[in-house]
Design a protein around this ligand. Sequence first.
Ligand SMILES: [Mn+2]
Length: 269
Amino acid sequence: MSSYVIGDVQGCFDELMLLLKTIKFRKHKDKLIFCGDLVNRGGKSLKVLRWVYQHRNQCQVTLGNHDLSLLAQYYVPKFRKSRNLEFKKIFKAKDCELLMNWLCSQKLLLNLKKYNSLVVHAGIYPKWTKQRAIKEAQRLEEKLLMDRVKFFKNMYGAKPNHWKPSLKGRDRTRFVINSFTRMRFLYKNLGLNFKAKGGVEDFPKLTPWFRISERVKIKPLIIYGHWSALGLNYQENTLCIDTGKVWSGKLTAVKLKKSGLKAKHIYQV
Ligand SMILES: [Mn+2]
């Protein structure tokens, strides 16, 4: 059995199939971990969701901001945007409820002990220890299963963007979701910035989350997506695998090995 982490698919179904061919994916054998943003923009989000659902015994997903946005629009219809035809198509599908239910049961963080790796969509807030990150993710995963409508009604918003261990209720929920699924840059005071989207050099006053000097040293490798401007990027014991297929870039898979990361275990289409 081999395990692979796959970057942001964003509805690029054909490219996903090509990638699976490239890695010689074996049905009923290999394991796939998607680091989030399965849907939106690529045109074939419904097909992607159906494929991953059909192979759910072999697949795990860490939720990305686009996946959460899809769920929010499903459970709170007033959030729906009529111009998003890709989401509209999903909402009209006869298996929509089944797919949304399954997507809600996915995680914010996966702790792959066997491979000494953590998988998240955007990153781990630099002041958090591994234990803190795992705890915060679990708390939210439980909340998401308990009361979906309430969860998604409270999800949107960029505030608070400062972490305090004393954050409570909605504020804590929003901070935790945003850091796991939307974080890229931080201000000097360690507040999250959600506006800057480009490459690291484009924003000299901001710092990428993984380069914060006070960052807690987390032993496992952190594998994440969400930041296509970074592309394949390995530094500070973190690995970005969002190589921007949806922006005419590539779709990336990393084969996990107990012995650690090697260039030959990176596959791209
Ligand atoms: Mn994203």
